[in-house]
Design a protein around this ligand. Structure first.
Ligand code: UGA
Length: 458
């Protein structure tokens, strides 16, 4: 069975490669000739653990090929996946579908009768139907079927998420398209992975609902972390206590500097727009978006305040080591990363920033400017900095030698926006440590804040 995948971005490349790994013949198509010639040599444009090896293996097995020619690429493929980008329309927050519809129009001329056209990109309700009209108009004689098969891949774990998914959601428009998709996912059905068939609109909405719900969990736990800071409670224990209730579940209850990435921010905005267009309420999603935007700014204020508490003057004239630029660990993606709000705020308030990230430096350099020194490793970033802030939860930062951190910094202050350490361990190393929704610890009594916890202890 041959498959064509249009778009070799994150979703298209992972999906195409994994379908090849499942034994299908896959052709990945992209207009970007440079990208295609690199992919042919298994040069991957993104950082995604395990993907390069799989691309190499499947090219060698003759199951995976790449082309910039749409006409030859879709030839012989009975299933065509559209996996092009759906960026946010800056004016109204909707998903920009022009790439999806352009791909639909183009394939209409070249695909065979009885082909199944599958949308993998995240698209608003009704897009499947619109795409059907576009193809039918472009080639009225063509007999074809449409499917919505949203992806639930996490960056950094995409290969595993694809090959061992929690579930597969497939919206179909006919028995024929259902049968074709069943053949494609038969190996997963055999492994008892839930493969759920629905209508197209339900599949489209399920994708947005999943991302919006996870974003809501994060926004909620961040709100609880703020409450912990005010009350003296401990957010890690609150998360544990909440998550052990199976009705709530333990995942996505880790407090942080606000969610980022190419999905949660984009999809919550798009869902709000979908609801608005349909005349439905979206108050929860609305407040999740607002709370998350505010949080990123609040993190910058927290850093500025922490630097005031331990010596006065905020960050003006100080050098801050910014550890982590990507929106989460194990990716080089910096889209909507909290670092993109925090670092400009620090610079605006007169700080010099020494920035380091294990994978995100190239992407960050393209969008961040001002008084920023780009460092080659974590210790170089810390050297002669007044204080440090952890923005992304890279394992490399968890493994830092805290005594060395203390010796390199001019002032012993570590602000941790990912709660990576046990406060007592950091205190023992001689650092003052401010994390989220947990007791701030001060190894140096001169810097002790009169915060609510101290009052409680007294
Ligand atoms: C997300 C979803 O998790 C995937 O299921 C989905 O397929 C994907 O979007 C998509 O729509 O393409 P991803 O954007 O890779 O995946 O990122 P996540 O790992 O979900 O993290 C998103 C953000 O939430 C990150 O900034 C992360 O740091 C933050 N987060 C996550 C928290 O602050 N706390 C948590 O407990 C979990």
């Amino acid at each position: 069975m041959s498959i064509a995948v249009i778009g070799t971005g994150y979703v298209g490349l992972v999906s195409g490669t994994c379908f090849a790994e499942m034994g299908f013949d896959v052709t990945c198509i992209d207009k970007d000739q440079t990208k295609i010639s690199r992919l042919k040599k298994a040069q991957i444009p993104i950082y995604e653990p395990g993907l390069k090896e799989l691309v190499k293996k499947n090219i060698a097995a003759d199951r995976l090929s790449f082309t910039d020619n749409l006409k030859t690429g879709v030839k012989g493929a009975k299933t065509i996946f559209i996996a092009v980008g759906t960026p946010t329309n800056e004016i109204d927050g909707s998903a920009d579908l022009s790439y999806v519809f352009a791909a639909a129009r183009e394939i209409a001329e070249h695909i065979e009768n009885d082909s199944v056209v599958v949308i993998k990109s995240t698209v608003p309700l009704g897009t499947g139907r619109k795409m059907k009209e576009i193809i039918a108009k472009a080639n009225p004689r063509l007999k074809f079927h449409t499917v919505s098969n949203p992806e639930f891949l996490r960056e950094g774990r995409a290969v595993k998420d694809f090959l061992q998914p929690d579930r597969v959601i497939i919206g179909v428009d006919s028995e024929k398209s259902r049968a074709a998709m069943q053949r494609l996912y038969q190996s997963m059905i055999n492994e008892n992975i839930p493969v759920i068939f629905t209508d197209i609109e339900t599949a489209e909405l399920t994708k947005y609902a999943a991302n919006a719900f996870l974003a809501t969990k994060i926004a909620f736990i961040n709100e609880m972390a703020d409450l912990c800071d005010k009350s003296g409670a401990n957010i890690d224990d609150v998360s544990l206590g909440l998550g052990l209730d199976p009705r709530i579940g333990k995942d996505y209850l880790k407090t942080g500097p606000g969610f980022g990435g190419s999905c949660f921010p984009k999809d919550t905005l798009a869902l709000r727009k979908i609801a608005f267009d349909l005349g439905a309420q979206s108050e929860i999603v609305e407040s999740v978006i607002a709370a998350n935007d505010k949080r990123k700014l609040a993190m910058a204020e927290k850093i500025i305040k922490a630097n005031s508490d331990s010596g006065g003057g905020g960050v003006k004239g100080k050098t801050i080591a910014a550890l982590g630029l990507t929106f989460k660990a194990d990716t080089d993606d910096i889209r909507a990363s909290a670092a993109l709000t925090i670092i400009p705020e620090l610079v605006k308030n007169g700080a010099k920033v020494k920035a380091y990230d294990p994978q995100g430096m190239n992407n960050a350099r393209k969008v961040l400017s001002g008084d920023i020194e780009w460092c080659d490793d974590v210790y170089q970033a810390l050297e002669e900095a007044d204080s440090a802030v952890i923005i992304t939860e890279w394992q490399e930062f968890a493994e830092m030698d805290l005594a060395k951190v203390k010796s390199l910094l001019k002032k012993p202050l570590l602000v941790d926006l990912r709660n990576m350490f046990y406060p007592e361990d950091v205190k023992k190393a001689g650092l003052n440590y401010i994390s989220l929704g947990r007791e701030a610890v001060y190894s140096d009594a001169r810097y002790q804040m009169s915060d609510v916890r101290k009052k409680k202890k007294l």
